[in-house]
Design a protein around this ligand. Structure first.
Ligand SMILES: Cc1cc2nc3c(=O)[nH]c(=O)nc-3n(C[C@H](O)[C@H](O)[C@H](O)COP(=O)(O)OP(=O)(O)OC[C@H]3O[C@@H](n4cnc5c(N)ncnc54)[C@H](O)[C@@H]3O)c2cc1C
Length: 461
């Protein structure tokens, strides 16, 4: 059986690896449009010695499958510094440290006293009849307007560069949706789940945050995709975009940009949804329509390096997020040199700001000089950082992170329905069931399992 995979981001690469680990002699080709493999995993080291992440910054170490993948390909993980637990939100002209433990929440000035009391009221707040609520509707209903604006809205920016008034709670944060459904309250649910975890002696206790330690590699996130690519070797064809897909008999034909046509029995699309939509236009206009409806707003990443002797330490901890109510260009800034060792040359610091996303995509597309001015102006007001940076690197994502807006779950069901009429076609990648790198790796493993239920070692799991 000949298998083709389209897209050599983490989804395509990990899918190929999962298949080969189960059936090593499988005939696989991976087609990648770009000269570079990795997709949104995009590490660059500057001549000055700044290690910049143009896309993915890390993953949480709570998902065993990603850690197993790292072990299998032979890359050593690098956990974030313990101080990276410390995170801030910029609100009302001040940085407020996010409470690390629930009791600190009572003394944090991020929310006013009535705002904090409203959060406690969550334990008895009412439910909803809506089947697919937005994150904003959910958070306002359960936690109150203030907690929504100052905590949940910036979280939507931090994870999805998204607009909480459009994102679907059940598609973006399914576990939170489940806890409400099961326990009727997030606070009561978490108390019960924590008690259960304690009784069972579980290592990871459920908490209000996502849990786990942020993790990367000495050489940055590309260490993982580069290692996967080197092991897949000549199976990957870079600079080979798939333009169109047709089917004749039991095989798919991949029409490549250079005019060549490749045939395949099993076809796995791991490109972004908008690219899959274009490829499937002649095979299935219905699938194209559904895939095109998944928005991908623009996002720019601005990396600034400074000599410490000129600016001091700037900020301890991970960095800060900015609620949209503050009307700043910057969605959030990570002090990368605080988070992982080796991100800035000796005596320097590295900051990384996100601009654009679903609320202000036009800002991500500003010309370099204007973009830099907007970010520097925000960093001046928020961090008091007035110095000229010694180093600047901008990474552009015209179409960055897929947005699971309301209707996403229904869209997935419709896509699955249409796929039944296209046997041998699999759609994967971060557009469907989780945007994080961990989700991509888990979904890649599931594809391997679905194709080859019995692994080479005789395992069925
Ligand atoms: C700025 C940014 C920061 C992020 N930070 C994090 C983070 O810190 N942690 C985290 O867990 N997740 C993060 N994410 C989410 C991240 O996108 C995913 O976790 C993951 O990297 C997506 O991988 P993928 O392989 O599904 O898609 P992609 O990485 O987008 O890969 C798709 C590949 O398909 C190729 N392709 C497109 N069209 C064609 C075609 N016609 N023919 C052939 N190939 C094609 C593309 O060139 C690309 O290489 C971030 C995303 C962005 C944009």
């Amino acid at each position: 059986m000949k298998i083709s995979i389209v897209g050599a981001g983490i989804s395509g690469l990990a899918t190929a690896q999962a298949i080969l680990s189960r059936k090593p002699d499988t005939d696989i080709t991976i087609f990648e449009a770009d000269q570079r493999i990795g997709g949104k995993v995009w590490t660059e080291v500057s001549p000055e010695g700044y290690l910049c992440e143009g896309g993915v910054n890390g993953f949480l170490d709570k998902i065993p499958r990603t850690l197993e993948l790292c072990k299998e390909v032979g890359v050593t993980t690098l956990p974030a510094d313990a101080s990276a637990q410390k995170r801030y939100v910029y609100s009302r002209a001040e940085l407020h440290q996010l409470p690390e433990k629930p009791p600190q929440f009572l003394t944090s000035r991020l929310l006013t006293v009535p705002g904090r009391l409203r959060v406690i009221y969550e334990m008895i707040a009412g439910g909803t009849d809506l089947d697919d609520e937005t994150l904003a509707q959910f958070a306002t209903r359960r936690l109150g307007k203030e907690a929504y604006e100052r905590l949940i809205d910036p979280m939507a920016s931090g994870v999805f560069a998204g607009d909480a008034s459009k994102l679907s709670l059940k598609s973006c944060f399914p576990r939170i949706h489940e806890i409400e459904t099961e326990y009727g309250s997030l606070i009561r649910g978490l108390i019960k789940l924590q008690a259960k975890a304690k009784k069972e002696g579980a290592k990871n206790k459920p908490g209000p945050g996502p849990g786990g330690i942020l993790t990367s590699f000495d050489g940055g996130m590309s260490a993982l995709t580069d290692k996967l690519a080197s092991q897949l070797g000549s199976r990957i064809r870079i600079a080979t975009a798939v333009q169109d897909i047709s089917r004749s008999g039991n095989r798919y034909q991949l029409h490549l940009q250079d005019g060549q046509v490749e045939e395949s029995d099993q076809l796995i699309l791991a490109a972004p949804a908008h690219a899959q939509a274009r490829m499937l236009q002649s095979l299935s206009p219905d699938l194209t329509g559904l895939l095109e409806a998944i928005p991908y707003p623009a996002l720019s990443i601005c990396c600034f390096g400074y000599r410490k002797e000129r600016v001091g330490n700037v900020l301890d901890g991970f960095g800060f997020l900015v609620p949209s109510k503050e009307q700043r260009a910057v969605l959030g800034t990570i002090v990368d040199s605080n988070v992982f060792t080796g991100r800035a040359p000796e005596g320097s610091i590295l900051l990384r700001s996100m601009v654009g996303g679903a609320r202000t995509p036009e800002l991500a597309l500003l010309p370099d000089e204007q973009l830099i001015d907007r970010v520097r102006s925000d960093l001046r007001d928020i961090l008091g950082l007035d110095s000229e940076p010694d180093f600047i690197r901008i990474f552009r994502h015209e179409r960055a992170i897929p947005q699971y807006i309301t209707g996403h779950a229904a869209r997935l069901e419709a896509i699955e329905g249409h796929l039944k009429t296209h046997p041998g076609l699999i759609l994967t990648g971060n557009a469907f069931k989780g945007v994080s790198l961990n989700d991509c790796v888990v979904n890649a493993w599931k594809t391997g399992q679905a194709l080859f239920p019995q692994s080479a070692k005789g395992e069925t799991g």
